[in-house]
Write a protein that binds this ligand. Structure first.
Ligand code: FEO
Length: 402
């Protein structure tokens, strides 16, 4: 590392001092084709405050950015909004470097940091609504348990109208830009993928928390999440998107997600797709070994229906479908209708196994299903086209599409 690093000022005396992880491509099972960022924020006041840190392998990058602005040993307070190691694993080194700064965190944040780093720190535990004066500014804190860990909290700077909510409103998006208005619409796609893969199962809590923050009536000029770009031009846009996604707003879109062994399930998938297209919906064909699970989940966010297809292997579904359903069921995609199809050689079993999993998890599964033995014949292909058309009618009748 060397050379001068750029500094990024959000408001007078409030800086982004994070790190850009250009090369990470897998973030615990989530594909990150551009990489990601770990955002830390420095507030200069009578007491200098650092809000969150970065993944430990980027400690020096963060330290370099801080050093462009102040001597890091002049940091008086570090706020830890979230224990997860992408934001806290530089904390032990930084605490060592500074001396003994105050570490402000939630009660569960303190417990989590103690268990992670097993070293004493000068903790100051705060609760929702508590404030902490640092000079010209008085910071305030909003606990956000289970968004997405029990320890999560937001830090708010009233004098600058800046909300620092850690993971909420983030994107796994590495870019030379720091603000959303500098990038194009790509940022919303990354935000949607992030929501779908990290926060979707917490939708009811998100709606409540946003409602709580709105009722507090705090003005917000900027939202500085812990990943990706800072929402500066229109923070209301991402807040509204979170409300829409949490409430399960859908578009007129249906996905066909499948794998295939010898092409039979794929032939059915393509015929079903033809039926969907003929009915005028936006339809997508997604092969499980050509599309990362986290990209399929992103596609699902605004889809009103999903057709899942699998060949039978050893009396059950194909392993890639098992991987996908395991991942998907934890994310609790809301308001989707599922349809099932597949092919088999003799006993069958894939469709039955998929149905069992989905019904156990209380997803809405269309009672009609489609199976073909060995290679589908022209009549079965015709039936598959019809199956797609009927699924459109089924989803039109049951979903809350726009
Ligand atoms: Fe970005 Fe939950 O850590």
């Amino acid at each position: 590392m060397g050379g001068r690093m750029e500094t990024v000022e959000l408001k007078k005396g409030v800086y982004w001092v994070g790190a850009i992880d250009w090369n990470v491509r897998d973030f615990h099972g989530y594909s990150t084709p551009t990489g990601t960022t770990y955002n830390a924020y420095l507030i200069l006041d009578e007491k200098n405050v650092l809000v969150d840190t970065v993944k430990s392998s980027f400690y020096l990058e963060m330290l370099g950015r801080i050093s462009e602005i102040i001597d890091p040993s002049k940091i008086d307070i570090i706020i830890s909004n979230h224990v997860e190691m992408d934001h806290s694993s530089s904390l032990p080194q930084l605490v060592e470097r500074i001396g003994n700064p105050v570490v402000i965190t939630s009660e569960r944040g303190k417990k989590g940091l103690e268990k992670h780093y097993k070293r004493p720190m000068n903790f100051k535990v705060v609760k929702s609504g508590e404030t902490f004066p640092i000079g010209r500014r008085t910071l305030s804190f909003i606990e956000a348990p289970m968004l997405h860990w029990p320890d999560n909290m937001f830090t708010y700077i009233p004098e600058d109208r800046v909300l620092l909510p850690n993971d909420a409103f983030g994107q796994h998006f590495a870019s030379s830009y720091r603000f959303e208005d500098e990038a194009d619409e790509e940022v919303m796609r990354h935000a949607a993928k992030y929501f779908a893969n990290i926060l979707w199962h917490l939708a009811p809590l998100i709606v409540k928390k946003i409602d709580e923050v709105v009722k507090m009536g705090i003005p917000i000029d900027m939202i500085g999440p812990s990943h990706g770009l800072i929402w500066r031009k229109d923070p209301g846009k991402i807040i509204q998107a979170y409300v829409d996604w949490s409430q399960g707003k859908t578009a007129n879109k249906i996905l066909v997600v499948y794998d295939t062994m010898w092409g039979s399930t794929e032939a059915l998938a393509r015929a079903i797709l033809k039926g969907l297209i003929e009915e005028g919906v936006e339809a997508k064909l997604l092969h499980l070994r050509s599309n990362h699970r986290s990209d399929i989940i992103e596609e699902m966010l605004e889809a009103k229906g999903v057709l899942l297809g699998s060949p039978t292997l050893n009396n059950g579904m194909f392993p890639t479908m098992g991987d996908f359903l395991t991942y998907m069921k934890g994310l609790r995609p809301k308001g989707k209708c599922f349809g099932l199809f597949g092919s088999y050689g003799w006993g069958g079993g894939a469709v039955k196994e998929m149905r069992k999993i989905l019904e156990q998890e209380k997803f809405e599964v269309w009672e009609k299903e489609l199976s073909a033995q060995f290679i589908p014949d022209p009549e079965e292909i015709k039936n598959a086209i019809q199956f797609g058309k009927e699924f459109v009618k089924k989803t039109n009748g049951t979903n809350n599409s726009e």
